[in-house]
Design a protein around this ligand. Structure first.
Ligand SMILES: Cc1ncc(COP(=O)(O)O)c(C=O)c1O
Length: 411
């Protein structure tokens, strides 16, 4: 591997240093258009709110604003970043978790629609103000994700209102005088099975049908969350997005008719599907160790990209300009944890100090999950468009971290 879009990776590393996250703008746009066009074919009244948590760089958000997506935010800062990228209030959706009064007040004043995480979130919301439209995130009792940590519904999940209690939530909203409603779920991330989406949407529609019919209200929007996956390994097939959209739309249309919903807006909140395969993490090999195993040590770590350490996630890796697989190695970072391993027993070409090591599919849940553990400053981010590159986040410097520490005399 030598290029990202039309740009030589070595030139990027020389200009911006390593480790550096690099994103391919055209890939993001084509991922979005693929999803947009497919839903236009089957259910045009679909709105896509890009999930900011996947990659919140405002330069990335600006791309989504330019192609008419909305955003879905999980914190006030994500809303501020959406605003910085130019999103209007009505194009920003807020889906929090255990929202505080401050979060709710901020959301009420700054976003168009709110999906509440619990019944008592509504009590807190009413203390700070009353929205025109409200939606609750339901836990439909089942969920599925690529790993346990990203399965966000079912009996073990901390998210949402259990669907059996949904009627209490909406009755409360009716009693408070609210007249416009939505409904939401997000059951898990990185799903690659179209029929899973059909199954879960059918379940949500049946829950919504019983609930809304009983309360004699109709949903203006039905938000099925994100969760569309990408293949991280060679033996995984990509999600068949055409079949997924077709199955979702069929069940959505059939149940909307059955429960007299008309044609509610279908909301999607994809994150990973839109940005994951557009991103790369470029690191440098800094040390090679022949211990009981062979270790290739790089200038990144779990502080740069935590997914492998956190979930055992796989990111395919390449050495710049070298193709011939040569050795079975463990790729590790510089952090003082033995879980700071990017790949175990993986085949790489012969690695040498100074080689560039590139991880694929690092555009989602990469930089956003980076930390300063071991006091490593966070990396830079670069956006590539054809042969052009631009720095979209400065590399963190020791001074940036020092700045947060008050002088001793002020303590
Ligand atoms: C409420 C909500 N919406 C959207 C997403 C985005 O999920 P994904 O990146 O799998 O599309 C998440 C991820 O956890 C989420 O919690």
């Amino acid at each position: 591997m030598t290029k990202i879009s039309n740009l030589d990776i070595k030139l990027i590393a020389e200009k911006y240093g390593t480790p550096v996250y690099v994103y391919d703008k055209q890939r993001i746009i084509s991922n979005y258009k693929n999803l947009r066009n497919t839903f236009d074919k089957y259910y045009p009244n679909t709105k896509i709110h890009y999930s900011v948590k996947a990659n919140s760089n405002p330069h990335i958000l600006k791309i989504f604003n330019e192609i008419n997506a909305g955003t879905d935010c999980s914190s006030p800062m994500e809303v501020l970043l959406s605003q910085k990228a130019g999103f209007s209030k009505e194009n920003i959706l807020y889906t929090g978790n255990y929202e505080s009064y401050t979060d709710l007040e901020f959301a009420l004043n700054n976003v168009g629609r709110i999906n509440l995480d619990d019944i008592n979130s509504f009590d807190r919301l009413l203390k700070v103000g009353k929205p025109d439209i409200i939606s609750f995130r339901l836990n439909p009792g089942i969920g599925r994700g690529g790993f346990e940590g990203i399965t966000t519904a079912g009996s073990d999940a901390k998210f949402g209102v259990p669907y059996e209690k949904a009627i209490i939530a909406y009755q409360k909203a009716i009693d408070a005088g609210i007249k416009r409603f939505g409904i939401h779920m997000m059951t898990g991330s990185n799903n690659l099975e179209p029929y899973y989406f059909a199954e879960i949407v059918e379940k949500l529609m049946m829950i919504a049908g019983n609930l809304f019919n009983k309360l004699e209200i109709v949903p203006e929007y039905i938000d099925i969350g994100g969760g569309f996956g990408i293949p991280y390994e060679d033996d995984e097939d990509p999600l068949n997005i055409d079949l997924t959209a077709k199955l979702i739309s069929e069940v959505f249309i059939e149940k909307s008719a059955k429960y007299h919903f008309g044609t509610p807006q279908l909301l999607l909140e994809p994150g990973r599907f839109l940005v994951a395969d557009a991103g790369y993490l470029i690191s440098k090999v800094v040390g090679l160790k022949n211990s009981y195993k062979t270790f290739v040590g790089i200038d990144s770590g779990m502080s740069t990209l935590i997914r492998p350490a956190l979930y055992g996630a796989k990111h395919r890796s390449y050495i710049y300009g070298k193709d011939k697989l040569h050795q079975n190695v463990n790729i590790c970072g510089q952090i003082c944890e033995n879980s700071d391993i990017f790949a175990k027993n993986t085949f790489l070409p012969e690695a040498e100090e100074g080689d560039l090591l590139i991880f694929r599919d690092a555009g989602a849940y990469g930089y956003v999950m980076a930390s300063n553990y071991n006091n490593r400053p966070r990396p830079a981010e670069v956006l590539v468009d054809g042969e052009d590159a631009k720095l979209i986040r400065f590399r963190e410097q020791p001074e940036d971290l020092m700045k947060l520490i008050p002088e001793f005399e002020n303590l």
